[in-house]
Structure formats: C-alpha cells, structure tokens
Design a protein around this ligand. Sequence first.
Ligand SMILES: Nc1ncnc2c1ncn2[C@@H]1O[C@H](COP(=O)(O)OP(=O)(O)OP(=O)(O)O)[C@@H](O)[C@H]1O
Length: 314
Amino acid sequence: MIPAIRVSGLVKTYPARPPVEAVRGLDLEVNVGECFGLLGPNGAGKTTTLEIIEGLLDPTAGEVEILGLKWGTNDTEIRNKIGISLQETRLSDKLTVRETVTLFRSFYSVGIAPDEAIGRVSLEEKVNAYVDKLSGGQRQRLAVATALVGDPELLFLDEPTTGLDPQSRRQLWDVIRSIKERGRTVVITTHYMDEAERLCDRVAVIDHGKVIALGTPAELIARVGGEHVIDLDIDPTSSVHPRTAELSNLPTVNSVREEGDHVTITASEPHRALPALLDLVRTAGVKIAGLTTRTATLEDVFVTLTGRHLRDES
Ligand SMILES: Nc1ncnc2c1ncn2[C@@H]1O[C@H](COP(=O)(O)OP(=O)(O)OP(=O)(O)O)[C@@H](O)[C@H]1O
C-alpha cells in the first residue's frame, strides 16, 4: 500500500547569517488512515518539515511523496487531496463563517457542501456570525472546516490547539477523532504531550531537525524504561540527598534523573521500588517534601532522550 507520506533525507537550510539548519536529514513515513504526530520543542523544525510536505516551501535537499505523488510533477492532483490548517490561519474578519467556508470551497474542484464542513466542526450555531465575533476555539474549528471543505484524504493541522482553553481543546480533539474515524489521514504538530498521547496512533519526536524517536506513544514510553514514574521532592532543608547510584540499584528502577531537589525515577514495578525507596530515605535520614507516582508520559520520553523539557521556551 502506498504510504500517505514518505519523506527521506529531508534537509532545509534557511539563508541567514549564519545559515539556519532547520531540518537536518529527516526520514518519515505516514500510513494511510493514521493520526500521526510531529512532536518537538519550539524551533525543532516541525513547521518547516510540515510546510515542505505541504508544498509551501522548497527543501534544500531530500525527497517528499504525498500519496505516491510528487511536488513539481503532480501539484494540482496533490492540492485536491490535501487540506491544510496553518499554525495561525488568517481568516477575514469581514466574512461570516459560512462565507469563509464557501470561499475556501471555491478553491477546490471537489469537496463537500460548506454547511456540511461547518457541521463537522459543530459551528452550526455560528454560520452567520462574523469571524471577529468568534472565540479562539471557534476560530480554530473554523480553520479546520476550511481545510475539510475540500474533503481531503490527508489533513495537516499545525498546532491546532495552541493557546486554547481546556474545553476548546477537547472540542477540537473530538473533531480530529471524527475525521480519523472517516478513514482519513491526519498529520498534526503539537508540543502538548497529552494531546499527542490521546490523539495520535504514532508520533515522531523531532529535535534539532531530526527524528530522535518514532513509534506509538505506548512503545516510546516503554522504550525509555518503565511505564511508571516516581517523583521525589527532597525538602530544601534536608542536609542529606540520596545518592543516584543507590537509587539506580533499587528494585525494578530503570532510570534516575536529578534536577535540584527534584528526583525523577522510572520503575517498571513501583510496588517493589517504592518500599525500598522509603527504606533508603529513612535509613539515610533524607527529609522529603513530597512523593508521588504517575504513569510515564511522552514528556518523560523527551526528557530521557535529550535531557531537556519539551516546553522550554528557549
Ligand atoms: N524563514 C526563516 N528564516 C530563517 N530561519 C527560520 C525561518 N523559519 C524558521 N526558521 C528557524 O528554523 C528553525 C526551525 O523552525 P520551525 O518553525 O520549523 O520550528 P518548530 O518546531 O515548528 O517550532 P515552533 O513549535 O516554535 O513552531 C528555528 O530555529 C527557526 O528560528
């Protein structure tokens, strides 16, 4: 079966002084019908990669195939098969919701009725509202409707929920799930890990213009050692800190990471690791301010792989 997207050896260097190597040899394959997430911190190269795949930007080097087609050879065919919702899709404040979607419908030779696209993002009540009267979440759903109206086989959503309140985010997740249920392929960029875990069948973690991990969220979490995390907060007044080597030797512990007074421990069997940890802390006389356990997340995957947090704004 032809993949929805095949990217190989992708490189993008922006001319600047010094030149910016935004994408440095990126390989990727997205299957038809999956929701695929591109994850990474700010500046990792997600938008650049997406814009090259979407045909909005030329690569410096590398190959891109969309549903077996190539930019430069099959442009019209590709455009009729894809829908794009940019990071900040600019919509005219002077148009209503229906007028906006009708305008976008005119760009495609095939597609669905504007009101149907509006219904799919649950904006029926706002069909006659002007764009400048919509909330942030409603605007984002309208942006998705403009991408859906061409009935795309492949939908690109660049950070669709950034800046939205939790309720608007959940509404958009429902929209994305319903698109996937129709058998369409969705590619989404996000730096919200919970979003990727809930929505995506597979994710590629991107850092410094390269894929550093690829798989289902569960596979990636399992790969970095254990599905459980113990967060240990040491009281700042404690004169004793537990030694990393001792923590690493506790039963079923896979990794230990210290950041000041905070220690993050991954363990495959917390019911065995925890009693031993508490014994160690008591014997050593370490004062603790907090101890919690949780399931590992994609954020932990990123931190383990890079030593940095995804939401660092640097
Ligand atoms: N037109 C441009 N000229 C020069 N450098 C650019 C240009 N566009 C992006 N960059 C740089 O390329 C790198 C990758 O940017 P890109 O927008 O692809 O990252 P991103 O992962 O999408 O980040 P974000 O999550 O902040 O959108 C960054 O260092 C950015 O500053």
